[in-house]
Design a protein around this ligand. Structure first.
Ligand code: CA
Length: 228
């Protein structure tokens, strides 16, 4: 497994050392900064897998750093977890609105912090790098920009949600997704997609894909996958 890298921006030395020790032990590559100014450039240069960001920092505050990171295309995709103190709730809300992925309140339990980091990283891995790229898998061509699916040369008429579900699965052939992950993955639609609705859509998708309906496999007791 490739080591994940974490950039910790934290001016309190004790907290930094505690984080550094525990994250290194968990297999992360740890890098750190104790000032806010220069953090944005350093993060843009090193492109860590995740940023742990204190809010009260000398030089530049964490919220400003978060705003700048999320505003630059080259750093916008790097997950940010804020380290906050009690009483900073309104800053937390601002940070989340700016695109921070999660937050942990000090003093935190290392177990909770690690669980949050892993969850953020997992979520991030499900996000496609090129969401708009045309996908060609088996004899299907999926064009997200045009919302079009071709099976061989013939167009397959799908509803918006069927299209999103198919695109979500086909981006990672062979990966098994639970119904819940599929629901999460196609969020952003105007109407709710429930676990039951996922099953209904799979039936409909398979029917519409005709002889290639077999590309969507049921993994008993778990969920669905697109054939590898
Ligand atoms: Ca601080």
């Amino acid at each position: 497994m490739v080591k994940k890298s974490v950039m910790i921006v934290e001016d309190e030395e004790d907290i930094f050392k505690l984080l550094q020790y525990n994250l290194t032990r968990e297999g992360f590559d740890v890098d750190g900064m104790s000032r806010g100014d220069g953090a944005v450039d350093a993060i843009a240069r090193r492109k860590p897998d995740l940023v742990l960001l204190d809010l009260m920092l000398p030089g530049m505050g964490g919220l400003e750093i978060c705003r700048l990171l999320k505003g630059k295309p080259e750093t916008a995709g790097i997950p940010v977890v804020m380290l906050t103190a009690k009483g900073e709730e309104s800053d937390v809300v601002v940070g989340l609105q700016m695109g921070a992925d999660d937050y942990v309140v000090k003093p935190f339990s290392m177990k909770v912090l690690l669980a949050r980091l892993q969850a953020v990283l997992r979520r991030r891995e499900q996000v496609p790098v090129l969401a708009d790229a045309i996908l060609k898998v088996h004899d299907l061509t999926i064009n997200p920009g045009r919302h079009e699916v071709l099976c061989g040369k013939s167009a397959v008429e799908l509803t918006v949600s069927e299209f999103r579900v198919l695109h979500f699965l086909a981006r990672r052939p062979g990966w098994v997704f639970t119904r819940e992950q599929i629901v999460d993955g196609v969020k952003g639609l105007d109407y709710a997609v429930t676990d039951r609705a996922v099953d209904v859509q799979m039936v409909s998708l398979r029917r519409k894909l005709g002889k290639r309906g077999d590309l969507i496999e049921t993994v008993r007791g778990v969920g669905y996958r697109f054939r590898e």
